[in-house]
Design a protein. Structure first.
Length: 235
């Protein structure tokens, strides 16, 4: 092998190794974040109401009316987990913990915890045991963390107004740092053919919490009226 060929081969190997390191360098989103603007009513990227099917729209209006009447229709009022994507829109800080194997979202709100398992294939909803937060699988696409979640219970809401979903919902989040790392953006796509006429996307942003911010103990049950405790015990 000539010296020129040897040098070329060595250079190619070095470039290949450098490219490998570059690909392995993933954005670091760990830290404490807070929703920039708490979201009560979900809207599409175009600022429009989500495209509900007629029966789902009717149910949504019933829930809005029940809340105005002071009825405890919302599972969050009974300290139940609010589900995904609603959990990603509530006020209060969330701590993001990041390793190559797993990314965790630790929310102050109701001590909720989401575990995102990286580089694993998401099973179909039919093969998953329904839970409040579903099962999540993540992967990096360039500078964007893509999180797919399925396997939901159908009795939680998309937002505070009571926007419905079915147990066949699939949520895809595309999370990335913007504003030179000062903001975390989450574009959340709702895919639920039983409830909506088409998939739709909403956008939520988070700001880094002030230095020294810690997650406080949030005991939801202490906020319930005594009547709710009695009902839960006697039911």
């Amino acid at each position: 092998m000539s010296k020129t060929i040897a040098r070329t081969t060595a250079l190619a190997a070095a470039l290949s190794l450098a490219a490998g390191f570059a690909q392995a360098a993933e954005p670091y989103i760990a830290g404490v974040w807070q929703v920039a603007k708490p979201l009560a009513a979900a809207r599409t990227l175009e600022g429009k109401a989500p495209p509900l099917k007629p029966e789902a729209a009717k149910l949504h209006q019933q829930r809005i009316a029940a809340r105005k009447a002071g009825k405890l229709e919302d599972g969050a009022d009974l300290c139940l987990p609010v589900g995904v994507p609603r959990l990603m829109t509530v006020p209060g800080p969330m701590m993001v913990l990041q390793t190559g194997r797993q990314i965790s979202f630790v929310h102050e709100f109701n001590h909720s915890l989401r575990l995102i398992y990286m580089n694993e294939e998401l099973k179909p909803a039919a093969d998953l045991e329904p839970t409040f937060l579903g099962a999540s699988a993540g992967r990096w696409e360039g500078d964007t963390l893509v999180v797919e979640t399925a396997g939901f219970r159908g009795d939680t809401w998309i937002d505070h107004t009571g926007l419905p979903k079915s147990d066949n919902l699939k949520v895809t989040e595309r999370i990335r740092l913007i504003d030179k790392g000062a903001t975390l953006e989450n574009r959340i796509t709702i895919d639920d053919a039983e409830t909506y006429t088409r998939p739709w996307t909403m956008r939520v942003t988070y700001r880094r919490a002030p230095a020294g911010t810690v997650l406080k103990e949030d005991i939801c049950a202490l906020k319930l009226p005594m009547a709710a405790h009695v009902r839960d015990i006697t039911d």
